[in-house]
Design a binder for this molecule. Structure first.
Ligand code: ADP
Length: 568
């Protein structure tokens, strides 16, 4: 651009110089011609006056000869005397034999008294101005002189021109460079700012401080950049918000175009479908291995469905698909995946729980009802006593069952419970005091070793229930007479730990993972009279304390439950 402007300016300057110089030369030439003509007319007038005094005829040319040395602008004037028939009578330079009657100036002079003409003379290789005046004796005196037409190509003129150019060109180059700098610098600034903006620097502004159109352009550009920056921030902000919502959604969301190519997929959908790489732009169907999902995605019409998948892990999904529109144009589909595995499991558990509760309640009730009815017909006191004992035992079991169900449902309903700081040792001792009588009756040793000096934060009654259930079980599943139940209470790192250990019947390996389930009993015959809810209650209480529970057991050797409760 700089070179273009410079070249244009230089061409304009040269053109202007040529025009000015040429005009000047033309004017000078015209002036020169006018002046010369005037001079020639004056000289002719002089000759005609002389003729009045001495008749210039019959070889009497002395008067004209007197004028031989006449010069105009230093050039000798040529005089020619022509008679009225065009015959040249006298010429002070070269007498021509040609008849001059048809010469323009002679013709005009014979007709009007004066005649003028300008011609190029091949003889003297110059332009000549001829001026003819008719004398009294009808002769014509013609004076002529060559004129120096000034042209650009003349040596001395070229010198002048070069001189002028040598002065004007550096000056115009200097001015042009300044002008170019004034124009180009802001343009360059705009160019560099635009480039930086295109590379993401929206803070940058153009620094143009001129009071002309370029300054206005710079201000408009900066305003535009300001607006652009605001809009881009807004767009990025919205996009970030949408992206973080999209990413943190607990449902899987996939957007696909009309060819099932993925437009967007959130992390939840990737993990639900076991997709480990970025599949944006690729066909979703290539990455979904499940036949049912593939079929659902390809089917028209159906908009939601519950599907069980086996890969990557077994899960239940609720899938929904809906059309995606850009204005009126359908641009693809949005597919949402909701993991309903937990909902289904909870629902199943609820149904099983109801069935279990009904079954558990029905057993002692049937027994009570049966014995009570039979009792009416029993006369024998001993049998009556036996039957009443059974009814009492069953009623006791029923009450325990109901009690355990209530405790469990209270814990599960997550009702806010009183929290307090308590010394676990005191609670354990309370429990052991309650259980000591039963242990003594069964001839089971009950020992307590406490090295803890930590306090536990939580509900004291729940902790009491936890210890009670564990110690109760330990005594229940210990062998009479040779049984030994040990309770250890100690601190380990940032945990308070409780171990309840017995040398009883132990739990088979395959049952260990299930003993915390509600109503689960290893011995299905209910010989020990348990409700199957004790450990379920323990598990929930441990959860309330943010703790964890572990079991170690060997059949025939004993069982050890370890509870770890984190520090306050
Ligand atoms: P239950 O009321 O039947 O004792 P729990 O929920 O307390 O119910 O225990 C579930 C099952 O775990 C019991 O039926 C029993 O078979 C087994 N179990 C629990 N504690 C012990 C233990 N200390 N020794 C052996 N088996 C145990």
């Amino acid at each position: 651009m700089k070179n273009k402007i410079l070249t244009s300016v230089m061409i304009t300057v040269l053109f202007a110089i040529i025009i000015v110089v040429s005009s000047f030369m033309i004017i000078t030439n015209l002036e020169q011609e006018k002046f010369t003509t005037e001079e020639l007319r004056n000289i002719n007038y002089l000759v005609s006056e002389l003729n009045n005094v001495t008749d210039i005829s019959n070889n009497n040319y002395e008067a004209i000869r007197e004028l031989n040395t006449t010069k105009i602008n230093g050039i000798d004037v040529r005089f020619t005397l022509i008679d009225n028939n065009g015959v040249v009578l006298y010429d002070n330079e070269q007498l021509s034999g040609e008849n001059h009657k048809d010469r323009v100036e002679v013709k005009e002079a014979l007709a009007n008294g004066q005649g003028y003409s300008k011609r190029y003379s091949d003889t003297i290789k110059a332009y000549l101005i001829y001026y003819a005046t008719k004398l009294k004796n009808n002769y014509v005196i013609r004076s002529s002189v060559s004129i120096n037409t000034i042209t650009l190509l003349q040596k001395e003129n070229i010198k002048y021109c070069l001189g002028i150019l040598a002065l004007v060109i550096p000056f115009s180059v200097f001015l042009s460079l300044r002008l170019v700098k004034k124009i180009v610098d802001p343009v360059k600034e705009l160019e560099s700012v635009t480039l930086k903006m295109a590379h993401g620097d929206y803070e940058i502004r153009a620094d143009i401080n001129t009071n002309d159109e370029l300054g206005t352009l710079g201000n408009s550009f900066n305003n535009m950049a300001e607006q652009l920056q605001l809009k881009i921030h807004e767009v990025i902000d919205n996009q970030n918000k949408i992206e973080s919502i999209f990413k943190s959604m607990e449902s899987g969301v996939i957007a696909v175009d009309n060819h099932d190519n993925v437009i967007s997929i959130n992390p939840c959908a990737e993990s639900l479908l076991g997709i480990r790489k970025n599949i944006v732009g690729q066909c979703l169907l290539d990455y979904v291995n499940d036949y049912d999902i593939n079929k659902f995605l390809q089917e028209e019409g159906e908009s939601d469905k519950e599907i069980k998948i086996l890969h990557p892990i077994e899960r239940d999904f609720k899938i929904k698909k809906s059309e995606m529109f850009d204005g009126a144009e359908n641009i693809g589909k949005v597919i949402t995946f909701q993991d309903i595995t937990d909902i289904n499991r909870v629902e199943l558990m609820r149904r099983q729980f109801v069935a279990n509760v009904s079954h558990e309640l029905k057993t002692p009730l049937t027994s009570i009802k049966g014995f009570a009815e039979t009792l009416k017909f029993v006369k024998d006191d001993e049998t009556r006593e036996k039957f009443l004992d059974i009814i009492d035992k069953e009623a006791e079991r029923l009450s325990r069952l109901i009690n355990d169900i209530l405790v469990l449902s209270k814990i599960e309903s997550n009702l806010t419970i009183d929290m307090e700081e308590f010394e676990p040792r005191i609670v354990i001792e309370e429990v052991l005091n309650i259980m000591r009588k039963i242990a003594v009756n069964k001839n089971i040793k009950l020992e307590f070793k406490d090295t803890s000096d930590k306090k536990v934060l939580g509900n004291r009654d729940k902790f009491h229930q936890l210890v009670l259930n564990l110690v109760e079980n330990a005594i229940k599943y210990s062998k009479d007479d040779s049984g030994k139940v040990e309770v250890f209470s100690y601190d380990k790192d940032e945990y308070y730990c409780l171990i309840v250990k017995d040398n009883g019947v132990g739990i088979p390996k395959e049952d260990i993972p299930r003993i915390f389930e509600r109503f689960y009993r290893v011995d299905k015959s209910r010989k020990k009279g348990g409700t199957g809810l004790g450990l379920a209650i323990v598990k929930h209480i441990v959860k309330l304390f943010n703790g964890e529970i572990n079991v170690k057991s060997e059949v025939g050797e004993g069982t050890s439950f370890e509870v770890k409760i984190p520090d306050i």
